[in-house]
Design a protein around this ligand. Structure first.
Ligand SMILES: [Zn+2]
Length: 156
């Protein structure tokens, strides 16, 4: 028993057609080879579409994603990040280094709570959880003033 493939128009043995219960003869109209070619193209196109969609979403929402990410880090994600980073660092020191540097730069530039708390515990014998929010705010203002003064000096 044979059947003509609707795509390559070759007459092939029925065993070379996949089953399809929606068809009258219970078999696909295209042969297995044609079907797998179509599938391959579909998968490739779909993969590209997905990747484009993902990057479009990323760039449109980059600020909120970053904010979410860094908020998460500040609210206890830090420990998990440390463990994860340590593993990543072992796997790929150079790439990991870049990530850590970017993260530190962000903390410093934005005077995040995390960064300020780190500063406060570094130079004082005090635990992070004992530092009141007000002190973090005051320290932030202090650092902003210092930066403003430095900027002014650099202009002169
Ligand atoms: Zn075919």
């Amino acid at each position: 028993m044979t059947k003509k493939c609707s795509k390559c128009k070759k007459i092939k043995d029925l065993s070379l057609f996949h089953k399809d219960c929606t068809k009258k003869d219970g078999l696909r109209t295209t042969c297995n080879i044609c079907k797998s070619k179509v599938d391959k193209i579909y998968r490739k196109n779909n993969k590209d579409n997905l990747r484009i969609k993902k990057s479009e979403y990323y760039y449109k929402n980059i600020d909120s994603i970053k904010e979410y990410h860094f908020n998460w880090l500040e609210k206890g994600g830090q420990k998990i990040r440390d463990i994860y980073e340590a593993k990543r660092y072992k796997d790929n020191p150079e790439r990991s280094r870049k990530y850590i540097d970017a993260w530190k730069k962000y903390q410093i530039e934005n005077l995040t709570d995390y960064y300020i708390l780190e500063l406060l515990v570094r130079y004082n014998d005090i635990k992070k959880e004992d530092i009141p929010n007000e002190l973090v705010k005051v320290k932030r203002t202090h650092l902003q003033l210092l930066r403003a003064i430095k900027d002014e000096r650099n202009k002169e």
